[in-house]
Write a protein that binds this ligand. Structure first.
Ligand SMILES: C[S@@+](CC[C@H](N)C(=O)[O-])C[C@H]1O[C@@H](n2cnc3c(N)ncnc32)[C@H](O)[C@@H]1O
Length: 472
């Protein structure tokens, strides 16, 4: 371990954390490989505990003393009775700011975290233009974050000068610090489950899938329920239910010292975080050889999400099954977890184009066609249909069933009638019309890209073999 880790490791151990330093070493990789991370110091078997973190050492709005000092009700309740600081990330950001300003329990940990980020949140307009057409820019949420800073955080700090002395505001409570702490949460937080009621500190479960972000996943992402998850999503609520009685039952977005030292790489996960009653444990999920890096992967996210949340992308050798169809066979590097997100409005436009071009002249009425399609898509959304479709390899499952169902609903009047009668969207039966409309929608998707970066995946199969779609 290099000396730069000593202050953090000493703080961690002094506060009840335990690190199996015979087996795991903290080290520094080149920035392009993640900077700080951890390696195996000797061969480590599967199911070996690498380190333990007491729950009391995780930092969240539940463990920080600030919410109670502020007044629990005023903290939690929504305006006009309170500040709604249990919703979104503003409360946790405020706790982090306050810890730093007051040299609190977590100050040494926070001081060890990066304060400079390469994520698109900090890019200039010119660089962001390179991402045009990707989902990254629309998901950045910079304006929302800045509105929360102005409308939620500033009124809170100005209402309690005893807790937030004015002379500290220019140092610790600025918009810049708000973004830095927000980026720390986005790139490093976990969504920590409450302590199990049948409380044992033995690691529970054998799988831990993450979901968003260092992911820990959320069941709705159709991951198996993780033993611990990091938050990917921005983005989100710290707790779902604001009912005070249920509060202790909710997962909570938390900073987890030491667990957030591990880097990630597609398909390389060899350690996962497991919850116990009083502590969290990072446990190996496969044998690791001496010298190998220890990875806690964030759910094998596509590059767009890696870039947005963490500021890096995976650029690995792609299996031949994914590069089939490449025009020159050169695109053998990328992220095997990349996907294409196809918005339903592009499907709608492609369907309308087809309906128009195949209609006999009296029916070739653009506004009537658009109005009818709008009626159908409104029905689709009312029935709980998605407005974004995710296309992922392998090709056998390339076309999501709900995408096929929507195209049939839009393009086939019989299917539309049947769907209304049965109150159920059409079956996902692929036919020529479905494939043609989908291909046109994908071409429209491809045309949205304007940047000069070329990161591609090859959508194979069906009738549009060789169609290339930039995904990043
Ligand atoms: C949970 S932290 C891991 C510890 C981090 N490397 C550090 O120095 O504190 C996640 C961050 O590490 C970096 N990182 C993780 N995996 C990486 C990878 N495969 N390539 C490049 N950077 C990576 C990214 O900056 C990401 O936001």
């Amino acid at each position: 371990m290099t000396t730069s880790f000593h202050p953090f490791v000493s703080w961690f151990q002094a506060n009840g954390g335990s690190l199996n330093s015979e087996y795991i070493g903290l080290t520094t990789f080149p920035a392009s490989e993640g900077g700080r991370g951890a390696v195996a110091l000797r061969d480590i078997p599967e199911s070996h505990t690498l380190f333990k973190i007491p729950r009391s050492l995780t930092l969240s709005t539940r463990t920080s003393p600030l919410p109670e000092l502020f007044g629990g009700d005023a903290w939690r309740k929504k305006a006009p009775h309170g500040h709604g600081l249990d919703e979104g990330w503003t409360g946790l950001i405020l706790c982090m700011m306050w810890e730093e300003a007051n040299a609190g329990k977590w100050a040494a940990y926070l001081a060890s975290l990066p304060s400079k980020f390469d994520t698109p949140m900090f890019w200039n307009e010119q660089d962001l233009a390179e991402l045009k057409g990707t989902s990254v820019v629309e998901k950045l949420g910079k304006e929302d974050a800045e509105r929360d800073y102005r409308e939620k955080l500033l009124p809170v700090i100005s209402s309690r000068k005893d807790l937030f002395p004015p002379h500290l505001i220019p140092f610790h409570y600025t918009l810049e610090r708000y973004h830095i702490h927000g980026s720390r949460i986005l790139s490093r937080s976990f969504c920590v489950e409450p302590a199990p009621s049948d409380a044992s500190d033995e690691p529970s479960g054998t799988t831990q899938n993450h979901d968003d972000a260092m992911d820990v996943d959320v069941p709705s992402d159709s991951q198996s329920h993780p033993a611990a998850t990091r938050v990917h999503d921005n983005d989100g609520d710290l707790s779902v239910d604001q009912d005070d009685e249920d509060e202790e039952e909710e997962d909570i977005v938390s900073m987890v010292p030491m667990a957030d030292m591990l880097n990630a790489r597609y398909g390389s996960e060899n350690a996962k975080l497991f919850y116990g009653a009083n502590e969290l444990r990072m446990v190996t999920t496969k044998p690791i050889k001496a010298g190998e890096q220890i990875f806690n992967t964030y759910n094998d996210l596509p590059n767009a999400e890696l870039l947005r949340r963490y500021g890096h992308v995976d650029y690995l050798s792609l299996p031949a099954s994914l590069t089939q169809g490449s025009p020159n066979g050169s695109a053998a590097l990328g992220n095997p977890g990349d996907v294409v997100e196809l918005r339903a409005d592009l499907v709608l436009t492609a369907a309308n184009d087809r309906i128009y071009s195949t209609a006999a002249p009296p029916a070739q009425n653009v506004s009537a066609i658009a109005a009818e399609s709008q009626r159908r898509i409104d029905w689709w959304l009312e029935m709980g249909g998605d407005d974004v479709f995710v296309l992922e390899p392998p090709s056998e499952s390339l076309l999501p069933e709900d995408l096929v169902s929507l195209v049939r609903l839009l393009c086939d009047d019989d299917e539309w009638r049947k769907a209304q009668d049965k109150e159920k969207p059409p079956k996902a039966k692929k036919d020529k019309v479905v494939l043609e409309v989908t291909k046109q929608a994908l071409l429209k998707r491809q045309a949205l890209y304007e940047g000069s970066l070329e990161v591609r995946c090859y959508c194979r199969g069906f009738s549009f073999r060789n169609l290339t779609i930039n995904v990043f």
